[in-house]
Design a protein around this ligand. Structure first.
Ligand code: CUA
Length: 178
C-alpha cells in the first residue's frame, strides 16, 4: 500500500514537473494577446472546480456517514461492566503502559496522556488494521474505551509526527481469553 502510494506520488510529481518545464520552455517563445487565452483558462478552471465538487462532494458525505465513532460510543455507553483501566503515556520515543495484558471480551479504558509533546495513540489489531485511536497530549488525560474481542498481539503506534524517531515509537498489547 505504502509502495503504491509512493509510486503514484512519484508519477504525479513528474507530471507536475513536466508541466512546469513545458510552461518554462514555451514562455519565451510567444508574443500574443493574452486576453482570449485568459478567458479560456478561466472557463476551464470553472469547469474543473464544478467537476471536483461533483466528484468529491458526494464522496465526502458518504465517508462522513460511515464514520465508526458514533457506533463505538453508543456501544461503550451501553456497556455497564467496570472496565480494566490502563494508563498510557507517550514519551520521546516510547510508550509507557501500566499494563499490557488484556482479557478478550472485557471492556478496557485507556487513560492516555503524554510526558513531553503531542503524540497519537493508535491501536492496531494483529492484521495491522487500526481499531481505535486518541490524541496523547501533555497536561491532559484522554479516555479511550475499547473491547477487544479478538485474541492476539496488538500494536500501539504513534499517529502524530513527534520527531526523528517517531516511526519507531511502538509497543505491544497481548489480548487473551481467560
Ligand atoms: Cu510520538 Cu510520533
Amino acid at each position: 500500500m505504502q509502495d503504491t502510494a509512493w509510486q503514484a506520488s512519484l508519477i504525479l510529481m513528474s507530471l507536475v514537473g513536466l508541466g512546469f518545464s513545458y510552461v518554462a520552455i514555451q514562455s519565451g517563445s510567444r508574443d500574443e494577446d493574452y486576453a482570449p487565452m485568459q478567458k479560456r483558462a478561466y472557463r476551464l478552471r470553472l469547469k474543473l472546480f464544478w467537476a471536483l465538487i461533483l466528484v468529491f462532494g458526494p464522496a465526502m458525505i458518504y465517508t462522513l456517514t460511515d464514520l465508526p465513532y458514533a457506533a463505538a460510543l453508543a456501544r461503550s455507553a451501553q456497556d455497564t461492566r467496570t472496565p480494566q483501566v490502563i494508563r498510557a503515556t507517550g514519551h520521546l520515543w516510547y510508550w509507557e503502559l501500566s499494563e499490557s495484558h488484556i482479557d478478550a471480551g472485557q471492556p478496557v479504558e485507556f487513560q492516555v496522556s503524554a510526558a513531553d509533546v503531542n503524540h497519537g495513540f493508535g491501536i492496531y489489531d494483529p492484521d495491522m488494521i487500526l481499531v481505535a485511536q486518541v490524541q496523547a497530549m501533555p497536561g491532559y488525560v484522554n479516555t479511550l474505551r475499547h473491547t477487544f474481542e479478538r485474541e492476539g498481539t496488538y500494536r500501539i503506534l504513534c499517529l502524530e509526527y513527534c520527531g526523528t524517531v517517531h516511526h519507531a515509537m511502538m509497543t505491544e498489547l497481548t489480548v487473551a481469553r481467560r
